[in-house]
Design a protein around this ligand. Structure first.
Ligand code: 5GP
Length: 191
């Protein structure tokens, strides 16, 4: 029988929809949850730290890990920038009898949930509108004009996949969205 701890929670959304705020909230509410640290080939931003926010690795290392089948899923999320969930990361968290929380892009989320059809909860965080999403990304101030436009274009496409997930949370109000997410996670952890 599979360990009851081999559950996982996948949180996905177009960039800027608020999934990171919801993920952080859930981590504070449920000590059994642990953030799944992805490997990524982009450069660290601001205060980001290797081994905390991401495992920052080179494109060559990333390719090697693809070939050695070390990823549970991976995607080129933005042009030339690769992100992936390492199988070793999921194992690391399960070994502690924690439940990994994956904050990943929509395509990666679709792929990984197909691999764990029984033991997963997948949540799609829906922004109120693409315009609102653009405003949020602009106020975050971390994107160049080009990167902002790429994220907005991608968001419209990603919204069309929301029905592929177990649950959809509309984030027109962060507090309400967090409350809804908490209820869903509580139910899932007890199941
Ligand atoms: P950022 O560059 O803003 O940190 O992340 C860009 C996007 O990549 C976000 O939507 C984030 O959720 C996604 N992402 C982060 N890690 C992974 C991963 O391991 N796999 C996939 N498919 N997407 C990821």
């Amino acid at each position: 029988m599979e360990s009851p701890f081999q559950k996982l929670i996948i949180i996905t959304a177009p960039s800027g929809a608020g999934k990171t705020s919801i993920t952080r909230y859930l981590m504070r509410e449920f000590p059994v949850l642990e953030f799944s640290i992805s490997a990524a080939t982009r450069q660290p931003r601001g205060n980001e730290k290797d081994g905390v926010d991401y495992y920052f690795i080179s494109p060559d290392d990333f390719q090697q890990k693809i070939q050695q089948k070390e990823f549970a899923e991976w995607e080129m999320v933005y042009e030339g920038k690769y992100y992936g969930t390492l199988k070793s990361e999921l194992k690391r968290i399960w070994n502690k009898q924690h439940v990994p929380v994956l904050d990943i892009d929509v395509k990666g989320a679709i792929h990984i949930q197909q691999q764990y059809p029984e033991n997963k909860l997948s949540i799609f965080v829906e922004p109120p509108s693409v315009d609102e999403l653009k405003k949020r990304l602009m106020s975050r101030g971390t994107e160049s004009e080009e990167s902002l436009q790429a994220r907005v274009n991608k968001a419209s496409y990603e919204l069309s996949f929301k029905d592929h997930f177990d649950e959809v949370i509309l984030n027109d109000n962060l507090e309400n969205a967090c409350r809804k997410a908490k209820e869903l996670v509580q139910r899932f952890l007890q199941s």
